[in-house]
Design a protein around this ligand. Structure first.
Ligand code: SAH
Length: 342
């Protein structure tokens, strides 16, 4: 698919078709403006016919707008698979939350994205496509970028789709792409230690976020099957090395689940684990998923947990919840749309 190509690759593609390089540039610009093939006006019909098979066929299938301004998009790809992407407006600009896979195979017990397992990986151009469509939907174009920040926190495990996610980071941060600063990109992972190491070698300036959600391996195994593969100590060790290599602060997500990971002992253990690491903890009250039995804590309990972390010397904040009235948590909206379309 043509959105998988870098600017240079697109020019080569044009040359291979026997076209002048500027045709490659025109196609590239159209894709980065989020245009459909029909909407391109500066290419001859015969040429459009030739590239039709390779031209991206993703589109916005549905859009939901929350009372707080958060927008959720259901994006459909050429093969009929759908993912969800979220647009959040902050004081400093727009942030998009992108999906990296259709479904997920990590099996976290609190997460709706993994309920149906993994359907397939997204290509780099499909991860990018979500952003290009949304940028266009809010009035942006290739030359007028509306989106400033990206979080790879939608459905899927980004490091389980390593090469496509890395190429996406290369594409989006390239000055021929939308030139989004790597400092404004966050990648969230459930902690695939070998891949964290591989990522550190890329020397990206992105923010690495670890979904920790427990302070004891036994408890972590109850909610995150990946804990059977990697110990918490191994994850922290990988983070330390990641920091030494990149000098980028590491973020931790800690979703509070009642009776599982919310005790005072958890605060103490978490503080010890993160000691001497340049870390910040995002405390998140669990967004209850109706197919799952786990219960969340109150927001007040989340503030108390974060305050205790701070008094133990760990930087922490409580994550704002956004878009709750439009099926807020990861994967909930996609499941709702899949059910309704059955
Ligand atoms: N697979 C990646 C990224 C996707 S999930 C990861 O595990 O980090 C993005 C974040 O949302 C993760 O921290 C995940 O644990 C959290 N999350 C998923 N479902 C949630 C829910 N129902 N309530 C609160 N946080 C949730």
């Amino acid at each position: 698919m043509l959105s998988d190509f870098s600017f240079e690759e697109m020019k080569e593609y044009a040359l291979k078709l026997g076209l002048p390089a500027f045709r490659g540039e025109q196609i590239f610009n159209a894709i980065y403006s989020g245009k459909t093939l029909e909407e391109i006006t500066n290419l001859p019909k015969a040429l459009k016919d030739i590239i039709a098979e390779d031209y991206p066929k993703y589109k916005i299938l549905k859009k939901f707008i929350s009372r707080d301004g958060t927008q959720k998009f259901i994006i459909e790809f050429g093969d009929g698979n759908i993912v969800e992407s979220v647009l959040m407006k902050y004081k400093y600009g727009y942030t998009v939350c992108l999906s990296s896979q259709v479904g997920c195979r990590m099996g976290c017990k609190f997460c709706a994205s993994t309920l149906g397992g993994l359907a397939r990986n997204l290509s780099c151009g499909e991860i990018l496509g979500q952003l290009l469509l949304i940028n266009r939907d809010i009035g942006g174009s290739e030359k007028n970028r509306q989106i400033t920040n990206i979080v790879l926190m939608g459905s899927g495990e980004p490091l389980d789709n390593f090469d496509n996610v890395c190429k996406f980071i290369d594409l989006i941060s390239s000055n021929r792409g939308l030139n989004i600063s790597q400092r404004n990109i966050s990648l969230s992972t459930c902690g695939l230690v070998d891949k964290i190491q591989k990522l550190s070698e890329k020397q990206y300036n992105i923010s690495l976020t670890i979904s920790l959600h427990a302070t004891l391996d036994e408890k972590r195994k109850e909610v995150m099957p990946i804990a059977k593969r990697w110990k918490i100590e191994e994850i922290i060790d990988a983070c330390r090395k990641y920091y030494d290599k990149t000098r980028r602060r590491i973020y931790f997500e800690y979703t509070l689940i009642k009776g599982v990971n919310d005790s005072n002992d958890d605060v103490v253990r978490l503080s010890k684990l993160l000691k001497n690491l340049n870390a910040h903890v995002n405390v998140i009250p669990l967004n209850e998923v109706k197919e799952r039995s786990l219960k969340g804590t109150t927001r007040l309990a989340a503030y108390q947990f974060a305050d205790l972390l701070k008094s133990n010397g760990v930087s922490a904040t409580v994550r704002r919840t956004m878009g709750e009235d439009i099926a807020g948590a990861c994967g909930q909206l996609r499941n709702k749309v899949l059910r309704e379309n059955k």
